[in-house]
Write a new protein. Structure first.
Length: 183
């Protein structure tokens, strides 16, 4: 196995962590879609303002969506259109919950809590097992940085790499308020 490591994504995990160590993030890695196409698939109009929003960053191999309202986590019908003909991996973390989800061509392949891999579900829940083990997510998830490890797993699963340079570039942004209303 090879590919992204937790060290490669520690900066992104830190970016979404406050001064007391609480991480709140919803990051989606989407293979082979441009930022504009990814937003179009989830019916977000670039440039719109609202209480909640999503930023779409061009990355190597696709797009990374950073969601400030977590609509892409809670609205189940969003993962399906994002994954049509491609793949999407989501890493979600709050003080109450944290999980990883991988969709491939409108099929939920695997989903599991970062602190409970044994409770995984999906059509092929162990497809990423070798990477899960290598990244330290297999046991109880209490490794050095399970969120950074999950972000690395999302990168490996989709083939999308978000560097600091990609993240520093302007992103397409738009309101997800209309998606919030559906859950």
């Amino acid at each position: 196995m090879g590919g992204a490591t937790a060290a490669d994504y520690a900066w992104l995990s830190d970016r979404w962590t406050d001064g007391v160590g609480t991480t709140q993030l919803c990051i989606n890695f989407v293979r082979d879609l441009s930022p504009a196409d990814a937003l179009r698939r989830i019916k977000v109009t670039s440039g719109t303002l609202g209480k909640f929003s999503v930023a779409a960053y061009a990355a190597q191999g696709g797009t990374v969506l950073a969601d400030t309202g977590w609509a892409t986590k809670y609205v189940t019908n969003v993962a399906e259109p994002l994954s049509l003909g491609t793949a999407v991996a989501t890493v979600f973390a709050t003080v109450e919950d944290s999980d990883f989800t991988f969709w491939l061509n409108e099929r939920l392949i695997t989903t599991f809590g970062l602190y409970g891999y044994r409770y995984r579900e999906g059509d092929d829940p162990d497809r990423l097992l070798a990477d899960v083990r290598e990244l330290g997510l297999y046991g109880d998830g209490y490794g050095e940085n399970p969120i950074a490890s999950a972000l690395a797993l999302a990168s490996r699963a989709t083939g999308v790499h978000l560097s600091r340079a990609h993240y520093a570039r302007p992103a397409l942004t738009g309101s997800t308020d209309h998606l919030q209303a559906t859950w």
